[in-house]
Design a protein around this ligand. Structure first.
Ligand SMILES: Cc1ncc(COP(=O)(O)O)c(C=O)c1O
Length: 396
């Protein structure tokens, strides 16, 4: 346990593991005691290029010596470039007409932007956004209500009106729920916090079809699944689907806080000046990190890498004693272990210098950097195997 003066000055919102990190490089983190950890969580799918990636750091340092911030009342040279790159990746040849981007500082804010667009789209008549049980969309009051986990709502009622939940992976439930007041559906194409839950093949395509036929917006929350991690630039692309709105954050800045809400142009143009804004959204430091991150993700062909190395990781994990199942795609995997044993397995792993996340009582989430090497995977699997063995021995 490392003592950190000032720890008690932080609000008690996080259940923290007793480790404090001081530096990071590539796939490794170093704690205050000098212990080295292999990071198979990447700040929860954020540092897709590993820690302190030299190209992102260089871009950030250059920008820090040039211009930190200007208000969105004026232009900066970088935000439009990132918007253009993101637009190309989201459309990926599926859609001809360019869309438009609003920059935020986080995933929740990207979703808030999407909800405001949905309100404009629906007019005063239609305002309800549907979302799936088990989903996670953020911690602001609106995104909390969209999050399909009623136990998280409980302490915070009354929540903003206009959200309703349906079963995930059940397009009939969606069809039945679309009534007069519904303007949009927000969906994680694979549920991350929900335990890396992948819908049946065909579900996303069916959702796209229903949304189009019923005249509601399809919003894909790709905050966790986007930008190559799942073997395609965006998880919706697996089924050749491009939603009306796509939200992105996490890995966009490889650790610099930045999010984005992309929308088809005719939806984006529902906004007029003054309808939405953010002091920091799209500012030069954050967008310079994003521009360098996108360039490097493209240079390493992130989706192909995620598929190739995801398969190696998956194949190696599949043979381990104590692994009951593996969900996910590419390098976002949910490793099913015995009931209630995920926290203990993760704790054992941490002791052995491997960071993984017990996202559910029986599921360990793994999201290593996309430029992970084969030898790092072998090292992680060996530490994970030992952690599982210990947990199995403890449980008799
Ligand atoms: C799918 C999804 N949407 C939204 C969010 C919220 O993002 P942020 O924490 O940046 O607000 C998260 C965060 O984990 C997420 O996984």
């Amino acid at each position: 346990m490392t003592f950190n003066p000032g720890q008690n000055a932080l609000m008690p919102t996080y259940k923290k593991w007793p480790v404090t990190f001081v530096s990071g490089s590539g796939s490794y983190l170093i704690d205050t005691a000098g212990k080295k950890y292999l990071d198979f969580l990447s700040g929860i799918a954020v540092c897709s290029l590993g820690h302190c990636h030299p190209k992102v750091t260089e871009a950030l340092v250059d920008q820090a010596n040039t211009l930190w911030h200007v208000s969105n009342l004026f232009g900066n040279e970088i935000a439009p470039k990132v918007a253009h790159e993101l637009d190309l990746l989201i459309r990926s040849g599926y859609v001809d007409t360019p869309g438009k981007v609003f920059f935020t500082n986080s995933g929740a804010e990207a979703n808030e932007c999407a909800f405001k667009l949905a309100r404009l789209f629906g007019g005063r008549r239609r305002h309800v956004v549907l979302s799936a049980y088990g989903s996670f969309h953020g911690r602001t009051l609106a995104t909390l209500h969209a999050t399909g986990q009623p136990e998280k709502h409980e302490p915070f009622w009354p929540l903003p009106e206009g959200f309703s939940h349906i079963a995930f992976n059940d397009f009939q439930a969606l069809e039945n729920a679309i009534r007069g007041e519904v303007a949009a559906l927000i969906i994680e194409p694979t549920q991350g916090e929900g335990g890396v839950v992948v819908p049946e093949p065909g579900y996303l395509r069916q959702v796209r079809k229903i949304c189009s036929e019923m005249g509601i917006l399809m919003i894909a929350d790709e905050v966790q699944t986007g930008l190559g991690r799942m073997g395609t630039w965006f998880r919706c692309h697996v089924e050749d689907v491009v939603p009306d709105i796509v939200t992105v954050a996490k890995s966009l800045g490889n650790g610099m806080p930045i999010g984005a809400c992309w929308a088809r142009a005719e939806i984006a143009d529902l906004f007029s000046p003054g309808d939405h804004g953010s002091t920091f959204g799209g500012q030069p430091l954050a967008t310079s990190a994003a521009l360098a991150t996108l360039a490097e993700l493209k240079a390493i062909d992130a989706p192909r890498r995620a598929l190739q190395y995801g398969k190696i990781l998956r194949d190696n994990l599949a043979g381990l004693d104590g692994v009951l199942d593996i969900s996910g795609d590419g390098l976002l995997l949910g490793v099913k272990v015995g009931s209630n044993s995920a926290p203990k397995v993760a704790e054992n792993a941490l002791e052995k210098g491997l960071i993984v996340n017990p996202v559910r009582p029986d599921v360990i989430r793994m999201a290593p950097p996309l430029n992970i090497s084969e030898s790092e995977i072998a090292e992680a699997v060996s530490r994970f195997s030992e952690s599982l063995k210990e947990s199995l021995a403890e449980n008799g």
